[in-house]
Design a protein around this ligand. Structure first.
Ligand SMILES: C[S@@+](CC[C@H](N)C(=O)[O-])C[C@H]1O[C@@H](n2cnc3c(N)ncnc32)[C@H](O)[C@@H]1O
Length: 212
């Protein structure tokens, strides 16, 4: 638990708009082309996906929101060991993102294997809802993109329907079997996805939607 405070350059354990802005500004100053794209991952876990994206795109800037201390510490440790400076992690709920990012500031939102809240009575806790997607909309820059993966195909279809009904996002890539699809070539595996692969490899839903 104490290790959550060991990575002040990587991780904000108790974020506020002020300490977020401070670390963001200092990190942005370290990136050669500060005009890079801004990526946001909600539920970034132990950071595997975020780190691979950030290494492949050193000109871009990445923010990971995660709730679990241990996963945040693991991600921050990897970032420190691998000398990665273009990621900022914070212990915050994705639902509060709008308190940190101004409108028109985010290019990509990634949500991978969010908690599915399978029971009907608990589905109101799902992060991807029409209300959430509407609230996030102003944060996107023009041509912003949402990327979503899940092994829970009912959740996947529900989100697909919500996006189609909203008419503010256009789905440009969509498959109920990511690993068997043409999109797999560019797929970056998350920790949970690796686990699924090793345990029977169930079909994974994947979609990419552009903000209209
Ligand atoms: C099933 S895990 C997937 C982790 C990672 N995305 C992966 O695919 O390996 C879901 C993660 O989302 C985090 N989480 C759950 N609700 C969240 C929320 N409202 N905001 C941010 N993170 C959340 C959990 O702590 C957990 O680490």
């Amino acid at each position: 638990m104490a290790r959550i405070y060991d990575y002040p350059e990587q991780l904000i354990p108790h974020p506020s708009p002020e300490n977020f802005q401070q670390l963001w500004n200092s990190k942005k100053g370290n990136i050669p082309a500060a005009s890079g794209k801004v990526h946001l991952e909600i539920g970034s876990g132990s950071g595997r996906y975020l780190i691979e994206w950030a290494q492949a795109n050193p000109q871009d800037f990445f923010i990971g929101l995660e709730l679990r201390y241990k996963r945040l510490v693991l991600a921050a440790k990897k970032m420190e060991q691998q000398n990665i400076h273009n990621i900022l992690l914070m212990r915050e709920r994705g639902e509060f993102l709008h308190e940190y990012l101004p409108n028109d500031s985010m290019d990509f939102m990634h949500i991978n294997f969010p908690d599915p809240w399978s029971k009907k009575s608990r589905r109101k806790h799902r992060i991807l809802s029409a209300e959430f997607l509407n609230r996030m909309l102003p944060l996107f820059r023009s041509k912003g993109e949402l990327m979503f993966k899940t092994d829970h195909l009912e959740y996947f279809e529900t989100v697909t329907e919500i996006l189609q009904q909203l008419k503010t996002y256009t789905i440009v890539e969509h498959t109920s079997d990511l690993h068997g699809s043409e999109y797999n070539e560019h797929n970056i595996l998350t920790e949970f996805e690796m686990l699924f692969k090793s345990k029977g490899n169930p079909p994974i839903g994947f979609l990419r939607a552009e903000v209209i």
